[in-house]
Design a binder for this molecule. Structure first.
Ligand code: GCB
Length: 599
């Protein structure tokens, strides 16, 4: 799933902008010909969530249609393959071209593309429609409307409104750009880049896959000048090459140097196709209780985040990406987790450029292992599909240092709250499920560690599946509420017991809700003072444990969640910045600590 690009062999047309839009609550659009025109449509911006654009559709989570009937395909593209690509649709999409279905995709947050060459009308306007559906269902990833979620009362993990089994708003719609692009008949279909370091030499191994039967190609690595080249010789559509880069300029957090890798297919002297991508030469590895970048231990300072903002909802918002990066740098952060789903491809490219270290997560948030064998198998298959699609999409980003296959699979106390008669083999079922995902991550990419994020009170044997242990902890918030000092004791005790794993550990979530502008002496819950003091306590306690190699505060910014008695105004207020990106007191604490002390 290469990111589309414009060059002398490829073309692209970005169809982002205003589209016709109509809700389809009775789901009659497909049979009533909506794919060719919408009756009395309204105008919607793409990308963007419909919930934030129309107040009457805020809580609408059903079927809807997007349509453009003015799409001319440039005549110069004739003879090439024309693809229709969408960066992400939440949750299910069906694409139509001139009244014909050209493909469908299940699962939000990942791109999909279909060949529409044979459906194109040249020399006239084409009609492109995207049918989107976002029902919350128990067997979807992530799930909603769990039959037993009532057991969680007004909890954001279920039983809130809408009844998502996760703590963020289930925004719906076309969330990333719709792109029409063309590639030559014979073209480069995929590229995999793996880098190693031997002394001062960088080794860049490239695997190229083509559609077509061109025998030869080239690769060249371009830095300040061309630094290495090799011939590609294809057999069964595949070719491999290994480049050596003496005195390689390594990619790191402080100096995220990117080379351009240019790949061509060549027929005689003619360049048939060309594709280039920015790559970084770096290694990532776990050794004992350390995480090593280019052989050096790294300490992760950063956040769990969300793609969330006013008006754009979960839609791609590029100025916001730039703004968030500048604020993350302002506090001295060097990493984040794409909680709780893959972020946009544009954002991953930004991470490469800015030297951010990314823990890349699939949308397997709040998994449960209840239900029939069939139910569990359905969820596992969906998780596997999303993991495969994510690795294919993000494998070449130097910024991606780890795959996260799940956030807080329900175990222990939470599992018992959902279902007091927890089946005897529940932990085993969960272990098997999560183990399969970790194995798949290793199989898809042997060069990066894989992890899962453990919930408070969850089974220890689940954690042990991970190469790097990630835990979310809310001592002093959901437990020992209002008593930071007592929370501190709980945290210390647990950290002592976690040392036994002899693996690196990242505190992937900790924090407290704070209503911006609310203060108190002594510090009380929901004040900025309490949030700051609690975060400081976590930083101080964990700094005493060498195996803790990273602290990710929950959350970078306040974000929209579902309505429940613990979410004021439907907001999760654990941001150290407000949703409008203004700093709370905790942001100044981090700026001081992370820029001076390092931890
Ligand atoms: C968690 C979840 C996260 C929630 C957070 C909270 O453990 O992973 O999605 O938003 O707690 O604020 O409760």
């Amino acid at each position: 799933m290469l990111y589309p690009q414009q060059n002398d062999r490829r073309n692209l047309l970005n169809l982002s902008g205003f589209w016709d839009f109509k809700l389809d609550p009775d789901e009659i659009g497909a049979s009533d010909g909506w794919s060719m025109g919408l009756d009395a449509p309204r105008t919607i911006a793409v990308p963007g969530s419909w919930n934030e654009q129309f107040e009457d559709a805020y809580h609408y989570l059903g079927m809807a249609w997007y349509l453009r009937d003015d799409v001319y395909v440039p005549s110069a593209w004739q003879g090439q393959r024309v693809m229709l690509r969408v960066g992400s649709v939440n949750y299910y999409a069906q694409l139509w071209a001139n009244g014909q279905i050209v493909g469908e995709h299940v699962g939000g947050h990942l791109p999909f593309a279909f060949d529409i060459t044979d459906h194109i009308k040249w020399g006239e306007a084409n009609t492109i429609a995207v049918q989107v559906e976002n029902h919350l269902q128990p067997n979807r990833i992530p799930a909603g409307n769990l039959p037993s979620a009532g057991g969680l009362g007004g909890s954001p993990l279920g039983g809130g409104y809408p009844s998502a089994t996760f703590d963020f708003y289930p925004f719906a719609g076309i969330h990333r750009p719709v792109i029409l692009y063309s590639v030559p008949q014979a073209h480069i279909e995929d590229v995999t880049v793996v880098t190693e370091i031997e002394g001062t030499t960088g080794i860049v191994s490239v695997t190229a896959q083509q559609v077509g039967d061109i025998a030869r190609g080239t690769i060249s690595l371009v830095g300040d000048s061309v630094v290495a080249t090799a011939e590609l010789s294809f057999a069964d559509g595949m070719a491999q090459a290994r480049l050596q880069v003496p005195n390689a300029n390594l990619w790191s957090m402080d100096s995220p140097y990117l080379y351009d890798l240019v790949i061509t297919l060549q027929d005689g002297g003619l360049v048939v196709d060309r594709y280039s991508l920015e790559i970084g030469i770096r290694t990532i590895a776990v050794r004992g209780t350390q995480l090593l970048l280019n052989g050096e231990p790294v300490y992760l300072k950063g956040f769990g985040r969300h793609e969330d903002f006013y008006a754009s909802g979960r839609g791609l918002n590029q100025p916001l990406i730039v703004k968030d990066y500048s604020l993350m740098k302002w506090v001295g952060a060097n990493s984040y987790r794409t909680s709780h789903y893959p972020y946009s491809e544009e954002e991953m490219r930004m991470a490469d450029r800015e030297g951010m270290l990314i823990i890349d997560e699939i949308p397997a948030v709040s998994l449960n292992f209840f239900g029939s064998e069939n139910d569990v198998a359905t969820r596992l298959a969906m998780c596997k599909q999303q993991l495969e699609e994510l690795v294919v999409r993000d494998k070449n980003h130097p910024s991606v240092i780890m795959w996260s296959v799940a956030n807080e699979p329900f175990g222990g106390m939470i599992a018992r709250m959902i279902n007091p008669n927890i089946p005897e083999n529940y932990n085993e079922t969960g272990h098997n499920f999560l183990g399969q995902l970790i194995d798949l991550a290793h199989h898809l990419d042997a060069t990066r560690p894989a992890t899962l994020v453990g919930i408070m009170g969850g089974p220890a044997e689940w954690l042990d599946l991970a190469d790097v242990i990630l835990i979310n902890r809310y001592y002093g918030w959901y437990m020992q509420t209002g008593r930071i000092h007592e929370g501190e004791k709980g945290l210390e005790q647990e950290l002592d017991s976690l040392a036994e794993f002899n693996k690196p550990l990242i505190m992937s979530e900790f924090g407290a809700d704070a209503m911006a502008g609310m203060h108190s002496i002594p510090a009380q819950v929901f004040t900025e003072d309490y949030q700051r003091d609690l975060i400081k306590m976590y930083l101080d306690v964990t700094a005493k444990h060498d195996f803790v190699i990273g602290m990710h505060i929950w959350n970078f910014a306040d974000f929209q969640a579902t309505q429940s008695i613990s979410r004021v105004g439907g907001m999760n207020l654990k941001g150290v910045f407000t949703r409008a990106r203004q700093p709370k007191m905790a942001a100044y604490l981090l700026r001081e600590r992370w820029n001076s002390q390092g931890q």
